[in-house]
Design a protein around this ligand. Structure first.
Ligand code: FES
Ligand code: FES
Length: 137
């Protein structure tokens, strides 16, 4: 059995499965695919616009058990972090925490890529909102 107890525990009891309102200005959505296998992961963050702290995170994946476990762990790590801190989450930390076998390392890359994509989407939304709030002269 190549899978650690931690992988199995997250796989059997995944945290934060679901969706947040994709239209909300406070929600960033990342949708990424793994070229290695074609699996897809959607990961979302809800950011407090005042503090910049991630208050909620959810995921859905058409992915393998290791993608589920990596995403579940990632959403746990995201909650309570600032957006800047979240940028520092590395797939290697997920590999280490879950003891992913080598053939499943890309599943953790999927999670890191989805975090980055969700943050980028959130930041783009803030730029657009800021533009809109510019007083017309
Ligand atoms: Fe089948 Fe990822 S390709 S589980
Ligand atoms: Fe591709 Fe896990 S096998 S994400």
């Amino acid at each position: 059995m190549p899978y650690s107890d931690k992988i199995l525990e997250h796989y059997n009891n995944p945290r934060n499965v679901g969706s947040l309102d994709v239209k909300s200005a406070d929600v960033g959505t990342g949708l990424v695919g793994a070229p290695e296998c074609g699996d897809v992961l959607k990961l979302q963050i809800k950011v407090n616009p005042v503090t910049g702290v991630i208050e909620d995170a959810r995921f859905k994946t058409f992915g393998c058990g290791s993608a589920i476990a990596s995403s579940s762990l990632a959403t746990e790590w995201l909650k309570g972090k600032t957006v800047d801190e979240a940028m520092e989450i590395k797939n290697t930390a997920i590999v280490e925490e879950l003891a992913l076998p080598p053939v499943k390392v890309h599943c953790s890359v999927l999670a890191e890529d989805a975090i980055k994509a969700a943050i980028k989407n959130y930041q783009e939304k803030q730029d657009v909102t800021a533009d809109r709030e510019e007083p017309a002269t």
